[in-house]
Design a protein around this ligand. Structure first.
Ligand code: ATP
Length: 441
């Protein structure tokens, strides 16, 4: 596929997101603000569904992981202990001619501006953490940071959770929440933004069992993307080499997806060893080791981390599921979203706006909406209504026609096969429930 075609796909996704209400530019009426996005009516549902799919598989369907929702603002010492104040930096270079700014590690020819060929400045390290002040006095003592990852909220709560939930090692703590990074080069729509949501799980294990658990989580996490319906051929693992490994990790793999703009990271799986708890023990002066009753051993647990981005996952599913088909002299746009993450599960149409069909259709909507997002539509030809739902990934369209009033049946159309089945009214709820259930990985 040519570069031109590829960029067109991204343009189409951005346009669909705005037109249909998935994602808008933040503060658009003021001209927008770089790299900040708002999720519209469909986007917010889809994001909620992705988080729900993650939470169910990482917490609810398991017996060894607890949930947490820690504050975004934390004690500033946390970021000293974690190494973020000293080392959470990217190398920044500026073009002396066009003044554009780049991450030095993303420039192809060192010293040469990729945009105008001008000379680049020497590298300087730029800390990615957003700083702000707590309380009314804006001095050095009041500096706090917007968290650049959710993980630290988990580490500092390790003992709280372990004791409150009466957990034995191995066990994990999962959290979904906002993170902020003052990225030098945000871009590719929601792929790299300065405010984003992470879905992170930290699994605490006995040293010596870490390699095994690392392999286990690597496998679990790729399965999660497979069951999200993402094209397996576009997903791959990338193992970090010595140079790429973070200072705290002994092993790291990224799950990558082949985006139209390059093969990029969706999730990181890291063996963080005992680095985090050792550092927090040192900086806080609190004992963070764990006593294992069975063996009478005391140790600092090792941590296996799985760190995924919610916004990146959502963008990936939109790109991966987008299809244009030429049908009846028209272009049919379909999002083949996995039913469990589709924003609307079913749309209900009366074939015509009379003869009691709207009333029956409303009755179906009212009963289904107790469990799912459903949509009622009576405007325009039924074919057009199907197309509108295909474009936003609604997996099922239910049509009430004149036969429905006689024999209490409706047609139910599948988005992907476009096949229509006739089923009785009392079977609709079960039919939908089976197809949209959140799968277990
Ligand atoms: P990258 O190499 O893309 O900058 P990273 O290695 O810094 O990412 P991690 O610190 O491992 O990323 O963060 C875990 C996950 O959080 C990433 O895999 C990604 O899904 C998400 N994420 C990180 N930074 C951003 C961002 N600026 N915008 C959106 N999502 C992000």
């Amino acid at each position: 596929m040519s570069a031109n075609m590829e960029s067109t796909i991204m343009e189409k996704i951005v346009s669909l997101c705005k037109r249909k209400g998935f994602i808008f530019q933040s503060s658009e009426i003021y001209g927008g603000i770089t790299s900040c996005y708002d999720y519209g009516p469909l986007g917010v549902e889809m994001k909620k569904n992705i988080k729900d799919y993650w939470w169910k598989n990482m917490v609810q369907y398991r017996s060894d992981i607890e949930g947490l929702d820690a504050a975004i603002l934390m004690h500033p010492r946390v970021w000293e202990a974690s190494g973020h104040i000293a080392g959470f930096t990217d190398p920044l270079v500026d073009c002396k001619k066009c003044k554009h700014r780049f991450r030095a590690d993303q420039v192809d020819t060192p010293g040469v501006c990729p945009d105008c060929g001008g000379e680049l400045t020497a590298e300087r390290q730029f800390n990615l953490m957003f700083k702000t002040f707590m309380g009314p006095v804006e001095d050095a003592a009041a500096i706090v940071y917007l968290r650049p990852e959710t993980a630290q909220g988990i580490y500092v709560n390790f003992l709280n959770v372990q004791q409150a939930a009466r957990r034995k090692i191995p066990f994990g703590i999962a959290q979904i929440g906002k993170a902020f990074r003052n990225e030098i080069t945000p871009g590719n729509f929601t792929f790299r933004t300065r405010e984003f949501e992470q879905m992170e799980m930290q699994f605490f294990v006995k040293p010596g069992t870490d390699k095994e658990w690392f392999e286990y989580w690597k496998e679990r996490r790729i399965q999660w993307y497979y069951k999200l319906g993402i094209d397996k051929d576009k997903l791959r693992f990338h193992q970090h080499n010595e140079k790429e490994l973070a200072h705290y990790a002994t092993a790291a793999y990224d799950i990558e997806y082949q985006f139209p703009f390059g093969t990029m990271e969706l999730e990181g799986i890291h063996n963080r060893t005992d680095f985090d708890l050792t550092k927090h023990k040192e900086y806080s002066g609190k004992e963070l080791s764990y006593f294992e009753e069975a063996t009478k051993e005391r140790f600092i647990p090792y941590i296996i981390e799985t760190s995924a981005g919610c916004d990146r996952t959502l963008l990936t599913t939109l790109i991966d599921s987008y299809e244009e088909q030429e049908l009846d002299n028209d272009t049919r746009i379909v999002l083949h979203l996995a039913p469990h993450i589709a924003p609307i599960k079913a749309a209900v149409f009366p074939l015509v706006k009379r003869d009691g069909m709207p009333e029956l259709a409303h009755k179906i909507v009212d009963s289904l909406r107790l469990n799912y997002m459903v949509f009622y539509d009576e405007s325009g030809a039924v074919g057009r209504r199907y197309r509108r739902q295909d474009e936003v990934g609604t997996p099922f369209c239910i049509t009430v026609d004149s036969q429905s009033l006689d024999d209490q049946t409706v047609t139910i159309r599948d988005r992907d096969t476009m096949q229509q089945d006739r089923i009785s009214l009392d079977k609709i709820a079960q039919y939908i429930a089976e197809k949209v259930a959140v799968p277990q990985i």
